[in-house]
Design a binder for this molecule. Sequence first.
Ligand SMILES: Nc1ncnc2c1ncn2[C@@H]1O[C@H](COP(=O)(O)OP(=O)(O)OP(=O)(O)O)[C@@H](O)[C@H]1O
Ligand SMILES: [Mg+2]
Length: 191
Amino acid sequence: MNIIDIWNPKGGQGKSMFAINLAGAALELGRKPLVICQDPQGTSTLYYKYGKLPFEVMSEVPKSKPDADVIIFDHQASDWDVPQGNLIVMPVKPSRDQYATYLDAYKKAKAMGKKIVTIVTDTQMQRPDEKSITLNLVDKGAFWVPSSGVFSRAATDYLTIFDDELNRAYKVKERRRELCQIMTEILVKNI
Ligand SMILES: Nc1ncnc2c1ncn2[C@@H]1O[C@H](COP(=O)(O)OP(=O)(O)OP(=O)(O)O)[C@@H](O)[C@H]1O
Ligand SMILES: [Mg+2]
């Protein structure tokens, strides 16, 4: 069983978006994902309530062993406690203040010996500071998922970007490929 914590104390960095869509990617790769939303009012719980996700989202840790082989925890904003799992996925939007919070949290987790997969996301490439932070992080091994309207389209209908309804969305194939690549690295290559 793989346990993945999606964590960044800064709000709005894409934690819930990646929790849902990396679970979608895990399913594409033939695994059985479960998302556990650590925020009772959280976005990923809403997906489950209002959408038709092909996997389950729970709002608390189940008492007995769940019928899943990839568990993804969607942590809430302002949670500075480093997650218990060994593998932490940290999404970050690369503007200066958001990057500063990411760095503080990253150092805290690194000091505890965690494996950290960074995903730079939603870069506004026309902004030189965002572009340089993005390139710098990618240079250090981070993944990059560019800014894309397909994420908000999917979120509006509480779908993953893998849903057939979005097959014709702009750049959806690229975004699907990127998410599957991240999940492959995590699950198969076990980084
Ligand atoms: N690559 C991207 N392109 C476009 N929009 C994006 C991208 N990544 C994230 N977003 C958008 O950013 C917004 C915030 O994402 P999300 O709610 O997942 O963040 P969060 O870290 O879970 O926030 P919170 O800390 O409040 O729980 C969403 O509207 C999401 O669709
Ligand atoms: Mg969230």
